[in-house]
Design a protein around this ligand. Structure first.
Ligand code: ZN
Length: 286
């Protein structure tokens, strides 16, 4: 049973969730579907972490849950809505209409192919932004908030400084909107991102097998959070690992916890409270 869950839980929730969301969007408002899919995925991952944790010690809270909840609400609920509305208003002011008057998008393709195309396209600017965040000191200060997580669990998928989340926003939805991606595909893109983000950070004993060459999931992303070693400069993919494969930054040495743990060198005195983490990128550090 456990082996089935180990290999089957993520594909079941991801592919089943996306298929259900696509069906639901014919009768339910897409933002509601995205919200419901996100909450359902959080519930499934949160419960599964109790039953089949990757590291039982990571289920122990470290004064991080309230901080991570506030990050999630501010950076991924409020901010993304504000930025999306502002971007659409800016576009409308520029073009005189709320929709882009052109479409470069293959609207005749079956929806799963359109969704796959959206994921691959949006992944490229995200990949480079994420990579620069790790190699550019000013950007790293923002992104260090995410890597200050003392453990991997579902809610630190939302631990992002608002400025970090704001930059990430502009690598994804606006790019797709400017290409004329239909609204239902954009909503499904958000559903994939919500489900994948939670599983990617989950404390779950999962194996993806060949899907580790498709998704940038927890087996790979744990290494991205490694405190030291080659993993800390690898696996930059958000949803997909395709651009890491192409640019030679995919790293998957095995299923262990990174030998020096997760985090980054010098994170011992990093603030654990929300306001402290908001200010941390602008504070002088030794
Ligand atoms: Zn990172």
């Amino acid at each position: 049973m456990r082996a089935i869950a180990r290999y089957g839980l993520f594909p079941l929730v991801m592919f089943g969730g996306v298929a259900l969301a696509h069906r639901a969007m014919t009768t339910v408002d897409p933002p509601l579907v995205v919200g419901a899919a996100s909450l359902l995925a959080a519930l499934i991952v949160g419960v599964a972490e109790r039953i089949m944790p990757f590291d039982p010690d990571w289920n122990r809270p470290r004064r991080d849950r309230l901080t991570d909840l506030l990050h999630t609400v501010v950076s991924f609920v409020a901010l993304s809505e504000i930025l999306r509305a502002a971007f659409l208003a800016g576009l409308a002011a520029l073009l005189g209409a709320a929709d882009v008057p052109w479409t470069l998008w293959p609207v005749g393709w079956p929806w799963p192919l359109q969704l796959a195309l959206a994921l691959i396209i949006a992944e490229l600017p995200y990949y480079w932004l994420h990579r620069w965040m790790h190699t550019t000191p000013a950007l790293w200060r923002l992104h260090a908030v995410h890597h200050s997580a003392p453990r991997m669990y579902w809610l630190n998928a939302g631990r992002f400084h608002p400025l970090d989340a704001g930059l990430v926003f502009f690598t994804q939805l606006p790019v797709l909107m400017l290409l004329g991606t239909p609204a239902p595909i954009l909503s499904l893109f958000l559903v994939v991102g919500a489900i994948h983000g939670m599983f990617q950070h989950a404390n779950l004993d999962l194996r993806l097998g060949p899907l580790n060459h498709v998704f940038a999931m927890a087996e790979l992303h744990r290494w991205h959070h490694a405190r030291t070693g080659p993993g800390a400069r690898a696996n930059y993919g958000g949803n997909l690992i395709c651009w890491d494969l192409i640019f030679g930054t995919r790293y998957h040495p095995g299923h262990d916890i990174p030998p020096d743990g997760i985090g980054f060198e010098g994170d011992e005195d990093y603030p654990t409270d929300y306001l402290g983490q908001l200010a941390a990128p602008f504070r002088r550090r030794p």
